[in-house]
Design a protein around this ligand. Structure first.
Ligand SMILES: *Cc1c(COP(=O)(O)O)cnc(C)c1O
Length: 386
């Protein structure tokens, strides 16, 4: 079968796919159908957090697969309960809702924020503030939450109750808090928007403003979460305590899993029947996530920060590089050359890189070896300078 031809004929054309037919992988190495090997600096958009087919993750998933694949959330399963406990122990959050994706994690965050406010204050306080250039997902509500005009076409009418503030402008955000707002949702590092970290002081000011007005602070850690930025969650290095944290991507290690972590204020907001998901917290996905989460510890974070420092040192000031932004192993490289051209040329030379807006985006597996990183960065530097 000609995979590319068949895919183009039958799969909806929502992706401008690169010409790579992935067959197998091990760690940060991916092999295509011709046997060509690639070093992966994208990890499936930050999903394969310990790379392809990581042995510990595979055996955790496999063991659960042989036990029970699913029974629905009408019953109890051990992996889901154990994962929820570990997430709460590691974050201090009180409750977890499981879904299957980042968008669903944010949907839950939005619903939960609105219900908290409605329960306490009655109707009329349902608006969510998000930031310009943000990305929160593809469902209608999370697309509306996404602060990018060019994505708000084709699919109207959009749900009401979203307001947008320019990032790093506290006065603009404050002006939107007119009594109609129940939550502020932010990405600590805007990922799809170009790997742009929010200013630390600004994030602290938002947290204070929210606390003063009982507006909930929602951290969308779908991309920044699970060790990616060099701490378990990015908010931990901003010194704030969000009321709600949503995450997905890396949490499942390659299987679909999203979760919404709820802090003390929201501990009892969701009651039976108010929200749900057929697949959410599926025992196989949860067993894999449990194995991953139990390995996200301080020695690993220290290594992530070392690898980050290495990449920055290599690329900052290199020929054709304008700047490097981001935290940990979530980095954006602003280049003189077009980022999409760079990604295509890197692929030809055996290195997978992503793009975000006009930048080259790097989200390597957290356990990429220094040797693999050295080789990949050397190739990337060459392509950028060409
Ligand atoms: C990827 C992403 C989402 C959407 O996640 P899906 O799993 O694709 O639904 C939401 N928010 C952020 C910050 C993301 O990076």
């Amino acid at each position: 079968m000609d995979i590319i031809k068949t895919d183009r004929e039958y799969v909806a054309g929502t992706y401008a796919r690169a010409p790579l037919v992935a067959i197998s992988g091990a760690g940060a190495q991916i092999t295509d159908e011709t046997g060509k090997e690639f070093i992966d600096l994208g990890s499936g958009i930050g999903v394969n957090i310990f790379g392809a087919c990581d042995e510990q993750w595979v055996s955790a998933v496999e063991a659960q697969l042989h036990r029970l694949q699913h029974l629905s959330n009408l019953y109890y399963t051990e992996p889901q309960a154990a994962l929820a406990r570990l997430l709460c122990e590691k974050t201090g959050m009180k409750k977890v809702f499981f879904g299957n994706s980042g968008a669903e994690a944010n949907e839950c965050a939005i619903k939960c924020a609105r219900k908290y406010s409605a329960d306490k204050y009655g109707p009329g306080r349902s608006a969510i503030i998000t930031l310009e250039n943000s990305f929160h997902g593809r469902t209608l509500a999370t697309l509306t939450a996404t602060g990018q005009e060019d994505m708000h076409v084709h699919f109207g009418p959009f749900p009401e109750g979203f307001k947008y503030a320019p990032a790093n402008d506290l006065a603009a955000l404050e002006a939107l808090c007119d009594g109609s707002v129940c939550a502020v949702m932010i990405e600590l590092v805007q990922g799809e928007g170009g790997v742009i970290p929010l200013d630390g002081a600004y994030v602290g000011q938002i947290a204070r403003l929210c606390a003063d007005q009982d507006i909930l602070l929602i951290a969308d850690e779908v991309q920044t979460g699970n060790g990616r930025t060099g701490t378990l969650y990015a908010y931990m290095q901003y010194g704030v305590s969000p009321d709600i944290v949503s995450t997905a991507k890396g949490l499942g290690g390659g299987l679909p899993l999203g979760c919404t972590l709820l802090g003390a204020k929201l501990e009892n907001t969701l009651s039976a029947g108010t929200h749900g998901s057929t697949f959410g917290g599926n025992p196989v996905c949860a067993a894999g996530a449990l194995s991953i989460l139990s390995r996200l510890d301080e020695p690993l974070f220290a290594e992530i920060r070392r690898q980050s420092t290495y990449i920055k040192a290599q690329l900052e000031g290199a020929e054709g590089v304008k700047s490097v932004t981001g935290l940990g192993l979530m980095l954006g490289v602003d280049t003189e050359k077009d980022a999409k051209t760079i990604a295509a040329q890197c692929l030809e030379k055996g290195v997978i890189v992503l793009t975000a807006k006009n930048k080259v985006r790097l989200l390597p597996p957290l356990n990429i070896t220094r040797k693999q990183l050295e080789k990949a960065i050397r190739i990337l530097k060459g392509v950028i300078a060409e």
